[in-house]
Write a protein that binds this ligand. Structure first.
Ligand code: F6R
Length: 628
């Protein structure tokens, strides 16, 4: 939540401001309540900030341009403390305009610190944010440092940051500039992301490497409780004792084609259509010459995997639904109990964990705070943690024992689509790998499953190529529908939940997903004339499941529901009970979610468009949920 970007160049020019504004546009997915920028040069420090989307800040900058600068820091906000107003926007500029600070995270002891500052220094806050207090604290500490004999400038600012960090409780990425040192940006992080981008004669800072992907792919990871002093030619990283640290360097693959809309009206549409590639790339290079599955990045030994007696998948939102799909496959293939738990509930439940437990943390961003806290809890209890993430170098990947990367590429639309199907795919690979290592399946069986999995990208493409009916129905229902029920059984159940979530979050329609069998235990009371009910029908090759779901459709239809059905090609039994049928190619039951999720994503996207909603940036949401 909140996007942070910084740039520092050798000479004062428009460059740093332009880089920061372009970076903010790329990070707007992280929050879009308000935005701001501060710049500094030998001529002084200046800033602009504005509530609302980035366009409002751009407009303000056109009317009141900033002067040429060496350094710039920018922020796009997802409000936690205080409403999205101009005053609450970042940067927070204090000490008579000497220091500007931006912040991502939550300072839990902000009120306590503010009371102290008010009492000792007679400073009253102008905003309602937790960030402003840090800006005051940093400025006051800077004066203390200078008073103790340190020359005003970058070393004093770095020392002040080092002294302030331990006083802060909570999470933060902080970026500060000061008019005494226009040649440096001083930053610090704890449990919120910060990546440094290395350029030639200029360096960059970002909440994620996407912020500066246009300029460099060479990055440095900043560790927990570290601070960093960035100039145009150098990056110095320190721990909180002031000891110099060597950061991990890595390269990211952000080709322009993967980060632009590429002709699509929205990122969400583009990402829906990128799913065949996301799944294919997640499956790539996973077997050795003998056809054995090899998950090279999985740094947990086969011995440890053989001794496991339980798998717990932890995740939030869509990623948790990916986990729910995976549970069916993992239990079926590996005969090992597999639970799925929402990450934010996990540690409060006091789960039974030990060294024989494999905790699988599933996350697109790798920065979801609820999931990070659950990972930490699991490791403290002695469990092994495997991260399935889409963002290399992210906090979850760094803090886990092992990582399995999904190769979906950058996902920019707030609503997750390609990351979801890539997560399901990676979970299948994990399930098959466990089955192979633990001897639950013979190698020819594993190869057969892998072969069928490798056919999924082509089948996804077929779904995409034949989706015009979904668009048509969505355009017709979109403006007049206020409630949609989604039903599924077995692996169709998490897909029903996911279909409902997609519609809620981008079209603001009340939608609920139910296990089809649960309907008669209460929810069927919701159904009356015209209620739209979308049902995910299992393959007729599983007659015991298929029969029951067909009965469930009949039950809602008998009560006046308008029935939409997602069913396999050739499943003609559904025709007489459905107003509309969205077809997907035949595929093994366990893989069906990878296909049936797609019409529901397209449906939500088109309904949202028909209702005039902002598909990529739905209200109240942010892409990376970095607060608990
Ligand atoms: C919904 C959606 C969210 C995320 C959830 C977890 O479309 O995107 O529900 O799935 O916030 O995010 P990650 O996967 O980044 O941990």
């Amino acid at each position: 939540m909140c996007g942070i970007v910084g740039c520092i160049a050798r000479e004062a020019s428009r460059r740093s401001e332009e880089v920061v504004m372009a970076g903010l546009a790329r990070l707007e997915y992280r929050g879009y309540d308000s935005a701001g920028i501060a710049t500094v040069s030998n001529a002084g420090l200046d800033y602009r900030k504005k509530a609302g989307k980035l366009a409002n800040l751009q407009e303000k900058l056109e009317g009141e341009p900033l002067a040429d600068a060496t350094a710039a820091i920018g922020h796009t906000r997802w409000a936690t403390h205080g409403s999205p107003s101009d005053t609450n926007s970042h940067p927070h500029v204090v000490d008579g305009g000497a220091l500007a600070l931006i912040h991502n995270g939550i300072i839990e002891n902000a009120s306590l610190l503010m009371r102290r500052i008010q009492k000792d220094h007679d400073i009253d806050p102008v905003s309602e944010t937790d960030t402003e207090v840090v800006a005051h604290l940093l400025a006051l500490t800077y004066h203390d440092v200078c008073d103790s004999g340190v020359t005003p400038g970058v070393d004093a600012l770095a020392e002040a940051m080092r002294r302030v960090m331990p006083e802060l409780q909570g999470t933060f990425t902080l970026l500060a500039i000061h008019r005494d040192c226009p040649d440096a940006i001083v930053a610090a992080r704890r449990s919120s992301p910060l990546v440094i981008g290395l350029g030639d004669g200029q360096n960059y800072l970002g909440s994620d490497a996407l912020a500066f992907s246009e300029w460099t792919d060479q990055c440095l990871e900043i560790g927990q409780d570290q601070m960093v002093v960035v100039t145009s030619d150098s990056v110095r990283v320190y721990d909180t004792h002031g000891n110099r640290q060597t950061p991990h360097e890595f390269t990211v693959d952000f080709s322009h084609e993967r980060t632009s809309k590429g002709g699509w009206a929205t990122y969400m549409e583009k990402e829906i259509h990128e799913q065949p590639r996301a799944v294919a790339e997640t499956l790539e290079n996973r077997t050795d010459e003998q056809g054995y599955l090899t998950l090279d990045e999985l740094r947990i030994s086969a011995d440890v995997l053989r001794q496991l007696d339980k798998v717990i998948i932890i995740a939030c939102g869509t990623a948790a639904y990916a986990g729910q799909v995976a549970r069916y496959a993992i239990e079926h293939w590996c005969r090992i109990p597999c639970e799925v738990e929402l990450a934010h509930e996990f540690r409060y439940r006091d789960p039974v964990l030990d060294q024989q437990t494999l905790v699988v943390a599933v996350s697109q961003s790798g920065e979801t705070m609820d999931t990070i806290m659950a990972v930490r809890h699991a490791r403290e209890q002695g469990a092994r943690v495997l991260a399935i993430v889409n963002t290399p170098g992210s906090t979850i990947s760094r803090e886990s024992d092992a990582v399995l990367l999904t190769h979906a590429g950058p996902e920019i639309a707030v609503a997750s689509t390609k990351a979801f199907t890539a997560q399901v795919t990676a979970c299948y690979l994990l399930g098959l790998y466990l089955a192979q290592v633990r001897g639950n399946k013979y190698i020819d069986e594993i190869q057969d499953y892998l072969e069928k999995l490798s056919q999924i990208p082509d089948k996804m493409q077929t779904v995409l190529n034949t989706s015009s009916l979904v668009n048509e129905v969505a355009r017709e229902l979109g403006p007049k529908t206020e409630s949609v029920i989604f039903l599924g059984r077995h692996v169709g159940y998490p897909i029903a939940l996911e279909g409902a979530l997609k519609l809620k979050e981008i079209a603001y329609i009340h939608a609920e997903g139910f296990a089809a069998g649960e309907l008669k235990h209460g929810p069927i009371a919701l159904v009356d004339e015209g209620q739209v009910v979308v049902t995910i029908v299992p393959t007729p090759r599983r007659p015991e499941l298929h029969r029951k779901v067909i009965s469930n459709i009949q039950e809602v239809r008998a009560r006046g529901a308008y029935t939409i059905v997602v069913a396999e090609e050739g499943d003609d039994a559904v025709n007489e009970f459905a107003e509309v049928v969205f077809r997907v190619p035949q595929t093994p039951t366990l893989y069906m979610p990878l296909l049936s999720a797609i019409p529901l994503q397209i449906f939500a996207c088109e309904v949202a468009t028909a209702r005039g909603c902002d598909v990529d940036q739905p209200r109240n949401l942010a892409k990376s949920v970095t607060v608990e």
